[in-house]
Design a protein around this ligand. Structure first.
Ligand code: NAP
Length: 312
């Protein structure tokens, strides 16, 4: 909303990620039934599809998965967008178009495809390891070492996710990151996932990336044009983490088929969570904290059913 896009209709209900119990199913729906616990990615147009309300419509054909018993609703609700953004960025099929002016696809094989698990080797870099599930995905793909940047207090968190080396970005500024990575490995870094995508982090990532490697960014690219390979074959991918865009359906449908099993096995774990007080009333304070950079190593969760209204 602050950025001025997506919410351009009134009435509008925001909220991209949700988890809950199926209350009713539409005609012809067979993959979920009343009473199932599900997580799903929302699309906030029209308003009855936004996540920031107690009851919302989910699309049974796209972006919905049953929640295995080892996950709470709060944990499950943090998965859809973060997971989709990383998966679509890392494993989008090579020739598919990108929506909304974005571009580039890595063509890497996802770990749930027949030959995907452990198929890659060599180093990978994740910028912003505390914010993303990308470390877990790259580990499943076989990359090692997995180097990441995070605050020092999130080192254990990133290592539990699969990082082998954590560089404190408060101590090592991004212009110095290439030298810090070179001290860890002299092998070619063929994939970099930049979850933060600041100008400095993208420049460092591009410099570290090997020829014919893939850099995935989450915000507008500053080091090249998404979808247009550089002369040395470096590829810039600007991911768009929505499963609802038809251009993403091939990769995201396969991802959703695999997701319940990955979560049940524990090979993909949700990010740590913090539940906001006051239900929906807590969201504005949470957004304020996010905009000030005061959220570290957790995803914020609101429980609409706990909302206190002034007339109660
Ligand atoms: N392209 C898409 O479709 C798409 C989808 C979703 C999000 N995004 C964008 O991706 C970005 C991240 O979103 P998010 O939801 O993952 O954020 P988030 O989890 O709220 O980000 C908070 C984390 O970012 C880390 N961080 C902040 N500055 C950092 C830096 N300079 N270097 C390394 N880590 C840093 C912090 O790590 P420490 O606590 O360790 O300091 C913190 O844990 C946002 O700009 C968002 O708009 C794009």
């Amino acid at each position: 909303m602050k950025a001025g896009y997506f919410n351009d209709e009134f009435p509008g209900v925001s909220g991209n990620d949700a988890a809950g119990t199926v209350e009713e199913v539409g005609e012809g729906v067979t993959n979920v039934k009343k009473g199932d616990r599900v997580l799903f990615q929302c699309w906030w147009k029209p308003a009855d599809r936004g996540a920031f309300q107690q009851y919302c419509l989910a699309d049974a054909a796209t972006g919905i998965a049953k929640i295995p018993a080892n996950l709470s609703f709060d944990e499950a609700a943090t998965i859809p967008s973060g997971f989709a953004t990383a998966v679509i960025g890392l494993y989008g099929e090579r020739e598919a178009p990108m929506p909304m002016g974005r571009g580039g696809r890595t063509g890497l094989t996802a770990p749930w495809e027949a030959t995907g698990k452990g198929t890659y080797s060599g180093p990978a870099l994740v910028i912003g390891g505390a914010s993303s599930v990308a470390i877990q995905l790259l580990k499943l793909s076989g990359y090692s070492p997995i180097i990441t940047t995070a605050s020092a207090h999130n080192e254990a968190y990133c290592k539990a996710a699969g990082a082998t080396h954590v560089i404190d970005y408060h101590k090592v500024a991004y212009p110095d990151l290439p030298a810090a990575v070179a001290q860890i490995t002299s092998a070619a870094v063929s994939v970099v996932y930049d979850a933060i995508s600041l100008e400095d982090s993208q420049k460092a990532a591009w410099q570290i990336l090997a020829s014919r490697g893939n850099l995935i960014v989450t915000l507008p690219p500053v080091v090249g044009k998404a979808g247009a390979d550089a002369e040395d074959g470096k590829r810039l991918v600007w991911t768009f983490g929505s499963v609802h865009d038809p251009a993403n359906h091939t990769v995201s449908d396969a991802m959703y088929r695999a997701l319940p099993g990955l979560l049940a096995e524990g090979v993909i774990k949700p990010n740590a969570i913090e539940v906001l007080p006051g239900g929906l009333a807590g969201i504005s304070g949470g957004l304020e904290r996010l905009s000030r950079g005061n959220v570290s190593g957790v995803k914020l969760v609101a429980r609409p059913q706990e909302t206190l209204y002034s007339n109660e």
